[in-house]
Design a protein around this ligand. Sequence first.
Ligand code: 5RP
Length: 224
Amino acid sequence: MLSQNELKQQVAQAAVEYILPFLGSGVVVGVGTGSTADLFIDYLGNHKDRFLAAAASSERSAQRLSGLGIRVLDLNEVQSMPVYVDGADEINHRLQMIKGGGGALTREKIVASVAERFVCIADESKVVDRLGKFAIPLEVLPMALGSVSRKMQALGGQAVLREGFITDNGNPILDVAGFSLDDATEMEAIMNNVPGVVTCGLFAISPASVALIATQQGIKTMTA
Ligand code: 5RP
């Protein structure tokens, strides 16, 4: 029986193999954040001469990439990327995700939006039929913590401030529990529209393009 960490290692390695055909001398690779993304970065380091640079979704990932000798570009210097590789807190069979457990959701959504393909990498514990058991992270402007919390309560959720945590953008996070989502795209649009919400951790309107899922039986590829 493989541990969760061993499954994450396997999928990180599989992700590097998956993206090899997209690499080339001028290629920028989009890189996510989290423990699975960390392992991906480590394996990516073995192929650093096969691409130009990376664009990172957090200071943490940027430091890890730089530490391996991979050049990290400011996203404003990047026009396009063939792939963005990142983990997820939950993913359903439509490849819609909840992300932001590591607090990097805003930059993740931005970097992913520049990439042609979002390659989600996760162990099988992250695959769900309905999104919402994992509380949905919202990056919020500090002055809107109260108003956004009340709005979430009116929608049927309970917002809890993530204590002692500030994002790379200098904002707090509310984790919103209590939703079991039939239509994650509708909820993402509603949350995006609440004044003071910088980013909602639902990645449903633009889901992953492909998911590589590590299971006890090997890597499974999910497409929508
Ligand atoms: C960070 C994220 C991560 O992708 C998500 O939390 C999964 O993390 P891990 O790979 O550590 O399980 O969205 O903001």
